[in-house]
Design a binder for this molecule. Structure first.
Ligand SMILES: CC(C)(COP(=O)(O)OP(=O)(O)OC[C@H]1O[C@@H](n2cnc3c(N)ncnc32)[C@H](O)[C@@H]1OP(=O)(O)O)[C@@H](O)C(=O)NCCC(=O)NCCS
Length: 193
């Protein structure tokens, strides 16, 4: 389903059962898997790679160099960047075109969630089932199931695959919601996060 007001450029690849909602823009060279939801006003750049069962809420921006694996959730207005040191022109004043530079790759692994309004800096890897709090600024890698919040985002806990924050018990990390248990490392000391 592609909404009549969405713009999907020729050369974009979109899998079956993916819905592209109002005013979304998918550029040539973008790859999107099956059963995704591409929300209102989302921008997917050419060279961005999105797996299957991914949900992008309204106004999310995914630029070239960014890979979102299967089952990733991205809250409204979150942004993935692809250049840590951006410039529009060279020191000599020449305009830098897209072909003049290579994006720093960003990877979000299976099942991870990115909260509303988060900004993910280029070059970061976000682990499987990690949870990024709303409005966080992610400047460094997030471990599998890591729960990070703030600006800059810091590891404050771990998240269950169901989404709840895990609790540390004598027998390991446990989900108070669904009861799943995990063997995860203890949280590093606060000044090492
Ligand atoms: C990060 C998150 C998962 C934490 O949930 P939680 O474990 O239930 O957290 P709590 O509400 O118990 O808060 C725990 C602490 O973290 C803080 N906190 C929670 N979310 C935060 C955030 N996004 N940024 C900064 N601090 C946050 C709380 O203030 C609290 O701090 P305190 O211990 O000093 O009082 C949740 O708050 C969040 O941001 N979810 C994303 C929501 C979203 O964007 N959804 C998009 C779809 S609409």
């Amino acid at each position: 389903m592609i909404h009549p007001t969405a713009e999907v450029e020729r050369g974009a690849k979109i899998g079956p059962n993916t819905r592209v909602w109002n005013h979304a823009h998918v550029r040539a060279g973008a790859v999107i898997g099956d059963d995704c939801s591409i929300g209102y006003g989302v921008f997917v750049d050419g060279g961005a790679v999105i797996g299957s069962n991914v949900k992008l809420q309204n106004r999310v921006s995914v630029f070239r160099g960014v890979t979102l694996e299967d089952g990733v959730f991205v809250g409204p207005h979150a942004t993935f960047t692809n250049d840590r040191y951006p410039r529009a022109i060279t020191p000599e004043g020449r305009v830098i075109s897209e072909e003049d530079w290579t994006p720093q790759p960003t990877l979000v692994k299976l099942g991870a969630s990115i909260g509303a309004g988060a900004v993910v800096l280029a070059g970061v890897t976000i682990g499987r089932w990690a949870m990024v709090g709303a409005n966080s600024l992610v400047t460094q890698d997030v471990p599998d199931q890591g729960l990070v919040v703030g600006s800059p985002a810091r590891l404050v806990g771990y998240a269950c695959a169901c989404g709840q924050a895990l609790e540390e018990t004598a027998s390991g990390w446990c989900c108070p919601g669904c009861g799943r248990g995990y063997d995860l490392p203890p949280l590093p000391a606060e000044d090492e996060r």
